[in-house]
Design a protein around this ligand. Sequence first.
Ligand SMILES: [Zn+2]
Length: 223
Amino acid sequence: MRSRSPTRRCLICGAESCSPGWHSLLEKDRGICQSCFARLSPSLRSFSLGGWKAYYLYDYGEFFRSLLYLFKGCGDYALAPVFLLPLAPFLSLRFLGRVLVPAPSSTEGDSKRGYNHVIEIFRKLSLRMEPIFQKTSSVKQSDLSESERGKVRDRLAFLPGKECVPKGGRFLLVDDVATTGSTLLAMRGMLLEKGARDVAALVLAHVEKKGGNAIAFAPEEGQ
Ligand SMILES: [Zn+2]
């Protein structure tokens, strides 16, 4: 009797993958179906943070925001692979030799959902991950005025024992969503002061400020 291979289902919509051939091979690697992949359409693009080039992967559209909300806000851990899996091999090569440094999130948010969402998303890359930073205040970025956000560095510190950054080290700061980018800029400054050679940044999405539009589904930065 012929053994049936287990049914593969899209991690996002649950659609069954039944097409033989190269499409199904791709879907196996992605964990998501063609249709969801097309809706997300990730690609590596850059944006400027005060003249520093940072990278992002997704448009901050409703589909992406709802997925991130389910993963980050509702603790739907099964979605962890969907954000990077399609691009993980490419990104791992693109940033080869860099140490991944996750932006710190609040310990309260992490313990509520049971995991650190940034670490779980970016651990799909074949790069060494090294949490270096911690938040010294539980104040949410979103509760701060723009000028207060600029002082983010006052609320950021090296984790105990992580102050000795390897001289000449190359780092890739990672986070889910960048709004002002102040946390990324602060981490970059602190690493460069410690002797890092090069610091790059990769986020899933960045939010362009357009007159303070309220954005549905958006978990607040810094949660
Ligand atoms: Zn799907």
